[in-house]
Design a binder for this molecule. Structure first.
Ligand SMILES: [Mn+2]
Length: 367
């Protein structure tokens, strides 16, 4: 399709490119208008920031430095758990600060990235209203009081949205910023295979062309701690296939990214249309959902329903963070209850349940 487009320009595609350009010019203007006269910018990231949050925040920081000459502080809550994400911080020299160490009243411009007020992944301190929101997650919340809501669920990633501000306005981009955006787009869109638009393709080509391929490889092939394989073994042992849905329980997890990591891996099982992977940490039950795209497939809604509003996301991938209020509650029981609701929601026949590999209590010694 792309080679055809090269020889015979498609008016639809050109219309799209024009619109992208016009919108990026207007959006940069709005950002400048809101930032004008401010001196201390703060960028607050999505809870448990993923590469898209980290990449778009680092790029926004570079953009603000260029526009206002002020270096924004990057604030986060939760953890950066996945080794790839930690490698991203290290190799691209992205500095983030825990939100509890920050006095928000010292900042005169607050930008919220890869989440929005009211979303489950937003942990802005109570009473702090962001001046700018940059996000692509579907929202059911009005962005009241936000001077510039740069919000559009048609984008595959927040990194694309920030990348467009650079690319379409001809703003030069450092290599490390291009690399950060490349990795952000790649992971959020699963290599441009999910939830993407032609804009994502276009911006990805631009940032990828300027990225550092050595560093990208070092991030993607970051070595994992032994804990990773311990978790993987537990995931396989507890995995159950119910009809067309796979569910598994990781028990206590070191970091909440584990559930997403394992969900991506197990979703490769043939014949599967849904995956839910759960684990607990602190007082929270974490669930990660994957779904095969199709008519009426809404993973975000399923995540929201099974967690009483503590979840959400996209049609084919979503997450829930269920608080376990009772300190004596058994996390495994909480998981069973959520699993029950999940199977009911996706209409998987419980009678058709089998272990993925061996029953959890089977002897695992190789004969
Ligand atoms: Mn994102």
């Amino acid at each position: 399709m792309s080679s055809e487009a090269a020889t015979q320009p498609d008016p639809g595609a050109n219309g799209q490119a024009d619109r992208t350009h016009r919108e990026a010019v207007a959006n940069l203007r709005r950002l400048v208008a809101v930032a004008r006269g401010t001196q201390r910018p703060l960028i607050h990231l999505q809870h448990n920031p993923d590469p898209d949050a980290l990449g778009s925040a680092a790029a926004l920081q570079a953009l603000l430095l260029r526009l206002m000459g002020a270096e924004a502080t990057l604030a986060y809550t939760g953890r950066v758990g996945r080794v790839e994400n930690r490698a991203m911080l290290r190799h691209l020299n992205i500095k983030i600060k825990p939100a509890y160490k920050i006095d928000y009243s010292e900042y005169d411009l607050v930008l919220l990235v890869d989440t929005h007020p009211g979303a489950g992944t937003c942990r802005l301190p109570e009473g702090v209203v962001p001046d700018v929101v940059v996000d692509h997650h579907p929202s059911v919340h009005a962005m009241e009081g936000v001077a510039f809501p740069y919000y559009d669920p048609d984008f595959g990633s927040t990194s694309t949205m920030v990348g467009a501000l650079f690319v379409e306005n001809g703003i030069p981009m450092e290599r490390r910023v291009a690399t950060a955006l490349t990795y952000g787009i790649r992971t959020d869109t699963m290599d441009l295979s999910r939830g993407t638009s032609p804009v994502d393709e276009h911006i990805f080509r631009e940032v990828y062309g300027r990225s550092d391929k050595q560093i990208l490889s070092r991030i993607e092939r970051a070595r994992v701690p032994q804990e990773y394989f311990v978790t993987l073994e537990r995931a396989l042992r507890h995995a159950q296939v119910t009809d067309f849905a796979l569910t598994t329980w990781l028990g206590e997890i070191g970091h909440s990214d584990s559930v997403a990591e394992i969900a991506d891996l197990l979703f490769r099982l043939e014949g599967i249309r849904w995956v839910m992977v759960s684990g607990w940490s602190g007082e929270t039950l974490f669930c990660s959902l994957r779904a095969l795209a199709g008519k009426d497939i809404r993973a975000g809604e399923v995540a929201r329903t099974i967690s009483d509003g503590h979840g959400g996301g996209h049609d084919t991938f979503a997450a829930a963070q269920v608080p376990m209020e009772d300190p004596d509650a058994d996390p495994a029981e909480a998981y069973e209850a959520v699993r029950e609701r999940f199977l009911k929601q996706v209409r998987a026949k419980k009678s058709l349940t089998r272990p993925l590999t061996l029953p959890p209590d089977a002897k695992t010694t190789v004969p």
